[in-house]
Design a protein around this ligand. Sequence first.
Ligand code: SF4
Length: 370
Amino acid sequence: MIRMSKRTDHLYLHVPFCKTICSYCDFPHQSYQPSAADQWLAALKSELSAKKINPECSTIYIGGGTPTALEPEQLDQLLTLLDPYTGCVQEYTIEINPETLDEEKAELLYRHGINRASIGFQSGDPVLLKLMNRHHTKEDTDQAVRLLRAHGIDNISLDILYSLPGETLEQVKETVREAIAMNPDHLSLYSLTIEPHTVFAAKHLSPCDADLEADMYEWICQTLPASGYQQYEISNFAKDGKQSMHNCAYWNYEDFYGISLGASGKDGTHRYDNTRSMKEYLSDPCAHTDIELSKEDLMFEMLMMGMRLKQGMDQQRFKDMFHVSVDEAYPKAVAKLKQENLIQEDEHYLWACGHGYEILNDVLEEFLPD
Ligand code: SF4
């Protein structure tokens, strides 16, 4: 029998609206329309009351889309719907696009207990921002950070996207320096992948050359720790104690609720994907597809997520869940990877070390069945 964790206490809610659509984006979203957002809020209310959600959530993450694309009254309605689950919340995050935040919204967020903001900075370069169809400047990001801090929300994360078409190492350095100058608590840096059905794909654009991208990542990994941001995950860096609790729940393979269209969740041995269709969501707010995961799938997913963390995967949790240690479940892979100095373990964790962390996908492949 597979023993899963405690009662779910992490909640992700997806807001499917954006003011404008970024050229690289394939997240579920649609252009913001006030009446569509009203209908969505009504369906969300039904979904939340139909689901037996733990009122004692420890983390809540409102992502998107662009949650702050909602008008203040709608944002207030959304946060009011979530109020019943915030009594024990330790980390309550909302994603923000800089140009959609104003004084009234910042005040609302604080009033409802939001204590962390993840801001889409992406780049400080106006030409690259235009290429991405981002409608803000680096000054807008700076202003959003100030506004949030002035209203008591002082746990700030900035997102950066690099290896953009035509981007140079110098441009990445400048963007990272500008981000550091805003003194965020946390930084997420993602390299661009071009997904089908995006504007970048339609324009046949490519990320920058792979060697250059590797140089960018190397520079990022060397520079951020020297500025007080320790790497704790492949793409994430934080000041002491400011790691994202919510995202760590994903990487530690804990269960989480996925609320609203376009969200996914995990419930024991099941993963579910909510409908991505607004039409279907409005007629059935609980519409989803359910995937039952085998023990092999679960073990591999737990390894795959946990080894993204610099500290590695929690060996005891693995054993508690599957009644077998990683060494026992994957004797050949563990022996080979240890011999090649790509992984290491102690009684608590199993982690990819040195070059192994850089080639994590190759390391993980060793754990797949022949
Ligand atoms: S704001 Fe976010 S979700 Fe919306 S289009 Fe841009 S990247 Fe996608």
